[in-house]
Design a protein around this ligand. Structure first.
Ligand SMILES: Nc1nc2c(ncn2[C@@H]2O[C@H](COP(=O)(O)OP(=O)(O)OP(=O)(O)O)[C@@H](O)[C@H]2O)c(=O)[nH]1
Ligand SMILES: [Mg+2]
Length: 262
């Protein structure tokens, strides 16, 4: 067995084979940096770039990286369908190939690959690990005040409306072990933007998935353009409100369920 095969079977101690899924849309200036950082920070994990046919050629750059490193893979998707759809496709790719855990990570460097070993260590005793910007010990670097406020307000609203007991339900730096993915009804997920992270937090909480939060150092993107839009914020607001109302109606119909809310 070669070195690569050894590493693939070893994965992360106590967790198993890990796949980091990095969704990309026009991240030509970032994709090589982020993949290199992941490979250096956690050499035993594999990487899947899930590219939505980026017009800037991100997919071709990722192909070059995959050609040079058997632990790097690319999933080419036909067009821009949103972060949520790219992650669902990445999760399915991982499950088909028997990975024990998947990691969500942005391509723009906001999620430091150097924090990944700590997240994976925490996954030994949990089925879902959230890298949190809003827990003790976390740091948020160079974020404009409006983004800080949006994130804090979004998290407060998600917690109050849905009762999800985490400080960063909108964050996108996470580990899901296979048990967590099996417990969540992924086929029911409809969210595209940030709402996707909140939806998975909600479904995991309702399914009784063991969750922990680990503080991260989050940094503003340095290269490329944001895909954040008022539409993405509106989707999150609308979906969180709908889920919150639905959960309350369900709780009112079944008095025994009240004990489980929030
Ligand atoms: N495959 C795919 N990836 C996407 C899509 N939209 C966003 N992404 C990726 O999802 C990650 C997060 O998107 P960002 O644009 O960084 O969103 P953000 O972090 O809210 O915004 P910034 O402030 O610019 O960092 C990045 O890696 C994007 O390339 C999409 O439609 N398809
Ligand atoms: Mg970003």
């Amino acid at each position: 067995m070669g070195v690569t095969a050894d590493r693939r079977t070893v994965g992360h101690p106590g967790v198993g084979r890990v796949l980091v899924v990095i969704p990309t849309y026009n991240e030509a200036d970032n994709v090589d940096r982020i993949v290199a950082r992941v490979r250096k920070a956690a050499p035993a994990v594999d990487v899947l770039v899930a590219d939505d046919n980026s017009p800037d050629g991100t997919g071709a750059i990722a192909d070059g990286l995959a050609g040079a490193d058997p632990q790097v893979h690319v999933l080419h998707r036909p067009g821009k369908e949103g972060l949520g759809a790219a992650y669902l496709a990445g999760f399915a790719w991982a499950r088909q190939r028997g990975y024990d855990a998947v990691v969500e990570m942005d391509a723009d460097g906001s999620h430091a690959p150097e924090d990944l070993p700590a997240l994976l260590d925490a996954a030994r005793d949990a089925d879902m690990v959230i890298g949190s910007r809003w827990t003790r010990g976390a740091r948020v670097l160079n974020w404009p005040l409006r983004r800080l406020l949006l994130s804090r307000a979004g998290n407060l609203y998600a917690r109050l409306a849905l009762g999800v007991p985490v400080s960063d339900a909108t964050g996108g730096y996470r580990v899901y072990r296979a048990a967590a993915l099996d417990a969540i009804d992924l086929a029911s997920v409809r969210s595209q933007g940030y709402a996707f992270q909140v939806e998975l937090s909600r479904l995991a909480h309702r399914a009784g998935v063991r969750m922990v939060e680990v503080p991260i150092t989050f940094a503003e993107r340095e290269h490329g353009d944001s895909k954040m839009s008022p539409l993405i914020v509106a989707e999150a607001l609308w979906r969180i409100t709908t889920w919150g109302l639905r959960d309350r109606r369900a709780a009112a119909r079944r008095p025994d369920a009240l004990a489980r809310w929030p």
